[in-house]
Design a protein around this ligand. Structure first.
Ligand code: ADE
Length: 958
């Protein structure tokens, strides 16, 4: 539920109270009684003193005794509440006072900006009567029949005010007067502080209050609360979260303890420092690595600190004629990381026998497969090595933090001599001649059998551009002319031969330069790259819509009831006139008599009128017209609703009488619903129905929806404004036509996905991804229940659509409307389950409400039923149906028109039955002259009539 806190009401003033002496309280005493009110101290049942003000001039006529409070400062109040506790003597228990003795007194107030002595111009608040009056016997028995009444005063705007009590001949003892106002008390919610807030005077609107994040917290989503009229905080939205280095404890953000840290703002707790790290101070946002351990730049703060790995183990080599293989196993200590790779470095030593080894880094020609650095496996192949050379290979293991550590890195090494390697070219490679762009080379064949050599490969590059790029060429003979060279440039050459077993090792390097003769012709072959782009397929391919998708809406997820006719979407007809023809009856316009315009629809006026039926009888009807100058599409959309409605036949679904399409204007004729739409009807009769009557309306709607959902029809816009109410309070579902209905509905708003949806009434899955189903209708039905039980209040008051979506998403739901039995609110909550599969079927709702009507709801006691069971416990006996008003006096009291009691009685209107038949004329005739009073009385008579009518019909038309 949305209600969050109970009201804390600041007391403006305890004018006086029985236990505290006026002098002690010292704030606002009732001023000295001007006439006949006496300050009297009495003893209560326990012999404790009670300070009271009393008056009891019941024998003398025309009493007018006033008692006034001191000036009471208004403070922040906009609406003030006065709680009166008093005892009042029953006139019947005092002999000889009839005519002079009264059983009420009046409460007045006067607003001023400062205290002054004038006591005129007091405004009436209310006439106060006792629920409990006492008799002489009670006095003898010392039974205190104390009444407590609370009245609203205001809106108040001046700096202060007086209260005054007027006695007109009653026997009263005023025991205490407490003056207070309501406010939403300052509170902490979601780590945001909300200040004391005074609600709006207008009880239907909420005050939106922004919260401020508590210390060491920051906003995630703007924290908001709404202050309701009763001083309750509603609908918490948004939140603050604890900043880094802080965690939430008991609603505040506390610093992380040493040894703990929090690296991000959020709703998480401080975490213990990961292994090999520590934090020494409070509010740690990160834990620092212990000596010798490190964190790589991309390591998350939650990761343990790590170190470089130890050396690889078991390094061995393997060599054949053309390749040298190195393999090793992983180091014993990975340093605590998984990002282990290996680098292979190489030194070449000229192993002069017995002499000093002369070592230098290996030639760049040496090839490593897959690569020399960043090897992820534990082996590498070394190619293109020279023969008779000592190569020393170093293998190091590295990880993400190797570069961060200091000191030497542990390496594994191995020396390999390439004597056993394959043949290479012996002798010298010679330059035969050179031109500007060519060099002719020749060489001696090696140890290899010449016929074993398949060909030679010559690799060469510009010496100055070493390593940047090299070229190669092949020849079958031991000579070659290398062309395409730059003039006067030194080139480096290496050769190798290829046999059936593969390549030999490369020869040593030879350097030759081109000459400056420029007679060589260089033949350049340029192969053009032609890019052909295909533009043909660049457009979008329109998504193909499957045929069943086209008719999704109403059939979605609905397994129509076996044996029950299913609804056919008129849109599935190629020719919409065919659907009109099939599902509606043509009415001869001469049978229709239009009387009045009662509203305006999207397509034209809505009128009331009569339809002549076969036996010359006339039925009241509502007539929807299509205004002239319409387009064909408008006519089709207009008649679409009739094609839908014409398929339904249920007492709780609006009935189509027929259509006029063969003449102008085009019309849809439906049954007339005297009380119009349910939302405005309830607003007009605020507070005037019994719970059981409201439940009867809801039962009717649920019954209509059971029928529609069994037919496979999904309404999509179920809301009180789309329910019509007839003379006998029967509610009927109306407004059909899917998309068109939404176009027409002023409540429908565009969603981010472009659909038009009445957000406050629509289930979350339908808003989010247009998943409309009977289950989403059940959600809307829950909202209708709330509208009905709150007499047409706007769901979620004036919260924005965005806030409604957010609060629903966060799990909040509308609270029970005032006076709504808990069981009904439970049913609403059941309809508002996030999981659509868990919402009730309409048929279950009907049974539930039927049980409620028969049992619990008749009881004035609210029975709480378990949410999951969703049933009312059977009460042991059927409670009597309480009549709404017992007497004319009660009725007039309830509408605050008690002053006309004698007018009614004197004119002979002594029973509610007779009153219910009164007209405005009658009301004027008996002496009610103020127009406002006439209106109030006539409106209440109409309700009375409805109530009596529905009582006769055994409670409800369902
Ligand atoms: N307004 C729209 N339709 C109506 C109907 N059927 N009866 C009364 N008022 C209406």
């Amino acid at each position: 539920a949305m209600s969050l806190t109970s009201t804390l009401s600041p007391v403006l003033s305890v004018v006086f109270s029985p236990r505290v002496s006026s002098a002690e309280e010292g704030t606002h005493l009732i001023t000295a009684p001007t006439h006949h009110w006496d300050a009297i101290t009495e003893m209560d049942e326990q012999n404790r003193p009670i300070h009271t003000f009393q008056v009891c001039n019941v024998m003398e006529p025309n009493q007018n005794n006033w008692l006034r409070s001191n000036w009471i400062q208004r403070q922040a109040a906009q609406k003030v509440f006065v709680e009166l506790r008093f005892t009042l003597r029953d006139c019947n228990s005092i002999p000889w006072v009839s005519g002079t003795c009264k059983e009420t007194f009046n409460l007045f107030y006067l607003e001023t900006d400062q205290p002054h002595s004038a006591t005129t111009r007091f405004l009436p608040v209310d006439t106060i009567a006792a629920d409990e009056s006492f008799t002489q016997t009670d006095l003898g028995d010392r039974v205190l029949r104390l009444n407590t009444e609370v009245r609203e005063v205001g809106p108040v705007t001046r700096k202060g005010f007086y209260l005054a009590f007027q006695d007109v001949g009653a026997c009263i003892a005023l025991v205490s007067v407490k003056v207070f106002y309501k406010r939403c008390p300052s509170t902490l919610r979601n780590l945001a502080a909300f200040p004391d807030t005074v609600p709006r005077v207008d009880s239907s609107s909420l005050v939106e209050v922004r919260g401020a994040c508590v210390e060491n917290a920051e906003e995630r989503d703007t924290p908001k609360l709404y202050c309701g009229a009763d001083g309750d905080w509603l609908v918490p939205l948004g939140l603050c979260v604890c900043s880094l280095g802080h965690e939430e404890t008991d609603g505040v953000c506390q610093a992380c303890r040493p040894g703990f840290y929090k690296a991000f703002a959020g709703n998480t707790k401080c975490s213990k420092c990961p292994p090999h790290s520590s934090s020494h101070d409070q509010a740690g946002t990160i834990c620092h690595c212990d000596k010798g351990f490190y964190r790589a730049a991309k390591d998350p703060s939650s990761m343990a600190c790590t170190r470089s790995p130890s050396a690889p183990r078991n390094l061995i080599s393997l060599i054949n004629e053309t390749a040298l293989f190195l393999t090793w196993s992983a180091p014993s200590d990975s340093g605590g990381r998984k990002d282990l790779t290996y680098n292979v470095l190489c030194h070449r030593c000229s192993g002069a026998p017995g002499g000093e080894e002369d070592c230098e880094p290996c030639d760049a020609d040496l090839r490593f497969v897959p690569r020399p650095l960043g090897i992820t496996g534990t082996s590498v192949a070394v190619l293109d090595f020279a023969k008779h050379v000592n190569y020393t290979f170093y293998v190091e293991a590295v990880n993400g933090v190797s570069s961060l550590g200091q000191g030497s890195r542990p390496l594994a090494n191995i020396t390999v001599t390439t004597d056993q390697a394959g043949p290479s070219l012996v002798g010298v490679v010679r330059k035969d001649w050179a031109s500007d762009n060519s060099i002719a080379l020749s060489w001696l064949e090696g140890e290899q059998q010449p016929n074993a050599i398949l060909d030679y490969e010559i690799k060469y590059y510009e010496k100055e551009q070493e390593q940047l790029s090299y070229s190669s060429t092949r020849t079958k003979t031991p000579r070659a002319v290398v062309t395409g060279l730059k003039p006067s440039t030194v080139y480096v050459f290496r050769l190798r031969s290829r046999t059936a077993t593969g390549f030999t090792a490369y020869s040593n390097t030879f350097e030759f330069s081109t000459g400056d003769e420029s007679k060589d012709v260089l033949c350049v072959c340029v192969s053009a790259c032609v890019c052909a782009c295909c533009n043909r397929c660049q457009g979008y391919i329109k998504a193909k819509i499957k045929s069943e998708d086209k008719r999704r809406g109403p059939f979605q997820n609905v397994v129509p009831f076996p044996g029950i006719k299913t609804y056919v979407d008129p849109d599935t007809y190629e020719d919409p006139t065919q659907a009109v023809h099939e599902f509606t009856k043509q009415i001869d316009p001469s049978r229709i008599c239009i009387e009045r315009v009662i509203g305006a629809g999207e397509f034209g006026e809505v009128c009331s009128g009569r339809l002549r039926t076969a036996g010359q009888t006339e039925t009241p009807v509502a007539i929807k017209t299509l205004k002239g100058g319409y387009m064909e599409r408008q006519r089709r959309d207009f008649l679409r609703e009739a094609s839908i409605m014409g398929q339904f036949d249920n007492p709780n679904v609006i009935r189509l009488e027929g259509v006029v399409t063969k003449s102008r204007p085009v019309m849809i004729v439906v049954e007339y619903m005297e009380n119009g739409s349910l939302d405005s009807f309830l607003r007009k009769h605020d507070g005037q129905f019994t719970v059981i009557q409201l439940v009867g309306m809801l039962r009717g709607i649920a019954s209509g929806m059971t029928y529609l959902s069994d037919m496979g029809y999904v309404h999509r816009d179920l809301a009180a404004r789309n329910i019509l109410v007839n003379e006998a309070l029967v509610c009927k579902v109306s407004d059909f036509g899917l998309s068109r209905v939404l176009e027409d509905d002023p409540e429908a708003a565009y969603t981010t996905t472009g659909g038009k949806i009445p957000i406050r009434w629509t289930a979350p899955e339908a808003i989010a991804y247009r998943k409309f189903s009977s289950a989403s209708d059940a959600w809307s039905y829950g909202i209708v229940m709330w509208e009905v039980m709150s007499y047409g209040e706007r769901p979620y008051w004036e919260m924005s659509n965005q806030d409604v979506i957010l609060s629903i998403e966060e799990g909040y739901r509308l609270p029970a409307p005032m006076g709504c039995p808990v069981a009904l609110h439970q049913l609403m909550l059941h309809c508002w389950q996030k999981e659509r599969g868990q919402r009730p079927y309409f048929s279950d709702v009907v049974s539930f409400l039927d049980n409620g009507i028969r049992f619990s709801l008749r009881s004035p006691v609210v029975i709480i039923c378990p949410f999951s069971k969703l049933s009312f416990p059977e009460s042991p006996e059927v409670m009597p149906h309480y009549p709404l008003f017992i007497s004319i006096g009660d009725w007039l009291d309830s509408i605050k028109m008690s002053q006309y009691k004698s007018n009614f009685l004197a004119a002979g209107f002594t029973t509610l039955d007779s009153v219910s038949a009164m007209t405005l004329e009658d009301v004027r005739r008996i002496g009610v002259s103020l127009i406002g009073h006439q209106r109030r009385i006539v409106s209440s008579i109409q309700t009375l009539r409805l109530q009596l009518l529905s009582d006769q019909h055994n409670g409800f038309h369902v």
